[in-house]
Ligand binder design. Sequence first.
Ligand code: PLP
Length: 392
Amino acid sequence: MRHVYLDYSATTPVKEDVVNEMIPYFTEKFGNPSSLYAPGLEAKEGLNKARKQVADLINAEEREIFFTSCGTEADNWVLEGVADAYKSKGNHIITTKIEHHAILHTCQYLEKHGVEVTYLDVDNEGFVSPADLEAAITDRTILVSIMMVNNEVGTIQPIKELAAIAKAHGVLFHTDTVQAIGNVPVDVKDLGVDFISMSAHKIYGPKGVGALYKRAGINIPSFVHGGAQEKKKRAGTENSAGIVGFGKAAELAMNGLAEHAAHSDQLRRMLWDKIQAEISDITLNGPADFTRRHPGNLNVSFDYVEGESILLLLDANGISVSTGSACSSESLDTSHVLNALQVPPEKANGAVRFTVGDFTSEEDLDYVVEVLKKVIDTLRKLSPVNGMEGWK
Ligand SMILES: *Cc1c(COP(=O)(O)O)cnc(C)c1O
């Protein structure tokens, strides 16, 4: 059976060059990076190189990069850290209704501890209105956190414009760029942001390693307490092999950005064209203007059927896709992102996210659409609302 992976926004395979760069750090260069003898120093050199590679990807300085255990940790750290460090200034954070759960659930936690959170609405393509942000800022606002690229529908926010509004009011700005790095240019100086979160496993690096960019001059408390690693800001013996892999993945992402984005965009458009040609009663979720969405993202609602049923039948044919986001695969609630875009529940239930990447080919897409057409036909024949009566 053919296997086609179309879930690159959930995670990516680790590229061979990345694996090869990592291997010595499990074996010869296994020393503790804090140790002062040769194997430790070799490991420390690996970390230094990776820090430069990650900094270069986002046009930051090495001292502004702090490695974490994942993108989620970076998101938790910045929200909790700013809430703590700036509590004498205020207790208000502004975010959006379409953030990743790493942001939303941290905000809910902070709300239990006296922080007030405003969740901005988005329009029906997922865009935040700069005027809404401006109106939400008060003299108690300490942080704005708005993701750069949405993981479910791919919306690319106008971060530069939004960050300028926060800055004009003297408010710190964080953006979760986990889906952005490697897919769209991310330049922290040009964007004018104070913090960004990143993760390696969405850019062909290993799982279990991420980073927080913290602009030089801003101070937030340590999140994991213990040893003096990461300039005393993030304790715990460094995941040297993982960090080295992240560095290599960042270098490949930087050098290959234009080519990767063009390849993804071309295949994503091709997939959309083929689906439209073969299957009726469908709706695109997220921005209609493909230049304003993640280059590999396609999110489609299939009327009269459940996304979960589509996912399972595609899986039985070797095809991996997701409904909404991977984080909601264990709950049957409709996606908070599609809800925020005001996608009606019955259409949200039939939504499937396809994300293409560097190893996707045109032949893969032909196979996917051929199977998808059969799967949708079968499910629609079985559907209790077949004939469309009662389905609105
Ligand atoms: C995947 C993802 C995260 C979480 O990153 P992990 O490294 O898996 O913890 C955070 N934000 C967004 C937008 C993501 O897509």
